[in-house]
Design a protein around this ligand. Structure first.
Ligand code: MRU
Length: 370
């Protein structure tokens, strides 16, 4: 997607510099656009943990590049399997909920088994990371193509009026490599000239909606309005939301969806108001080993400071201010689980299906346990 008219991916390498991975440092958006150079596994682990970059597909790709950087930290002999596993564990420990991270690390470890020399390890790790990123772009593009008819059908019911779409958190291209998951059908519709308007949940405590989704949509010229998180229910009761689309950090094979904290409340409100609730995700976000998401998906708990403080622009500088009484305890669960019964359908790179085991496996038959 574009920033000030220039095309960017969220993570990349330059042809003439094999030692550096570049990322867009999202901590300062929308007020400052900064690119960060990452040169070691430790730096990549910190960037993921401290959310310089974020979003399930992107942290998967970042972890894969982190493994490539691990191969650069050695000289001479090929890296021993134990050292590769240690690097993978360092990256795996950064964020527990998004399964793309673990998926990408396992892809790297499997690919690296074929290497017979340090040279080969580096070449394989770089190629695998680049393939994971390129696949993510293609998957997100396909999600958009499969989601587009849903928006077209809603548009056909209200000629001349915009389709109002509510989204939570940032499941846009900045959470992926390009296109986004939830935003991909929206971008495809906008490009096709279908009038859309996006209600952007601010998404406390880190405000990924207010800061990042709003900025993305602005760059692409998509009409949108930022709303406090509490507003969605009222909008749905008032007939001002035609559909909800969110992303996912982990979806079980039975269709339970872990996504940014607050997603579940939007699904409840949508269900109560017969507003269709869609989840857009690439197959790398399925956890094929789990069925019951509420019992079994690990929920990341983050620092209380993200709740007690809020970041914004003051006198031209990005600044943080205290929001709560210093003595008040705070808690910061980063994700919640929306049960499959509240999900109208899943939009994947292979098509749209019910959030039910049989339907999911009919799109991904290779995942049927034999
Ligand atoms: O904590 P974050 O900002 O990494 O959480 C991101 C989300 O919850 C997104 O909605 C999710 O990763 C889907 S991304 C395409």
């Amino acid at each position: 997607m574009k920033i000030n008219g220039k095309h960017y991916y969220t993570i990349w390498m330059e042809d003439d510099d094999p030692s550096t991975v570049y990322i867009i440092d999202q901590r300062w958006l929308p007020h400052r656009f900064e690119v960060e150079a990452i040169r070691s596994t430790a730096e990549m682990a910190r960037a993921i943990k401290e959310m310089h970059l974020r979003g399930a597909p992107l942290i998967g790709a970042a972890a894969a590049y982190g493994m490539y950087l691990a191969t650069l930290e050695h000289s001479g002999d090929p890296i021993a399997e134990l050292e590769l596993l240690q690097a993978a564990e360092q990256l795996r420990a950064t964020r527990p909920t998004a399964v793309n991270l673990t998926w990408a690390l396992d892809e790297q470890l499997a690919a690296l088994k074929a290497a017979r020399s340090l040279e080969e390890q580096r070449a394989i790790a770089r190629r695998t990371a680049q393939n994971i990123a390129a696949d993510s772009v293609e998957r997100c593009r396909s999600i958009g193509l499969h989601g587009l008819p849903i928006i077209e059908a809603l548009a056909a019911k209200k000629p001349g009026q915009p389709v109002n779409i509510l989204t939570h958190c940032n499941a846009g291209w900045l959470a992926c490599i390009d296109y986004g998951t939830a935003t991909s059908p929206i971008y495809h519709a906008h490009t096709k000239g279908i009038p859309v308007h996006v209600w952007v949940d601010e998404t406390r405590p880190r405000n990924q909606g207010a800061r990042i989704t709003a900025w993305e949509l602005l760059q692409e010229g998509v009409p949108h309005t930022v709303i406090p998180d509490n507003t969605g229910g009222h909008l749905m009761q008032s007939g001002m939301v035609d559909m909800v689309i969110v992303g996912s950090d982990r979806t079980t094979r039975c269709g339970d969806v872990a996504n940014k904290i607050g997603t579940y409340l939007k699904a409840l409100a949508a269900h109560d108001n017969q507003v269709p609730f869609y989840v857009a995700l690439p197959s790398s976000t399925f956890d094929w080993t789990l069925c019951d998401g509420i019992a079994d998906i690990p929920i990341e708990e983050r620092a209380g400071r993200e709740v007690s403080h809020i970041q914004g622009l003051k006198d031209g500088e990005v600044a943080e201010v205290l929001l709560t009484p210093t003595e008040s305890p705070v808690v910061n669960y980063a994700f919640d689980v929306t049960p499959s019964r509240l999900v109208t359908a899943l939009i994947t790179e292979r098509g749209v299906c019910a959030a039910q085991e049989e339907a999911i496996l009919s799109l991904f038959p290779e995942k049927v346990l034999r």
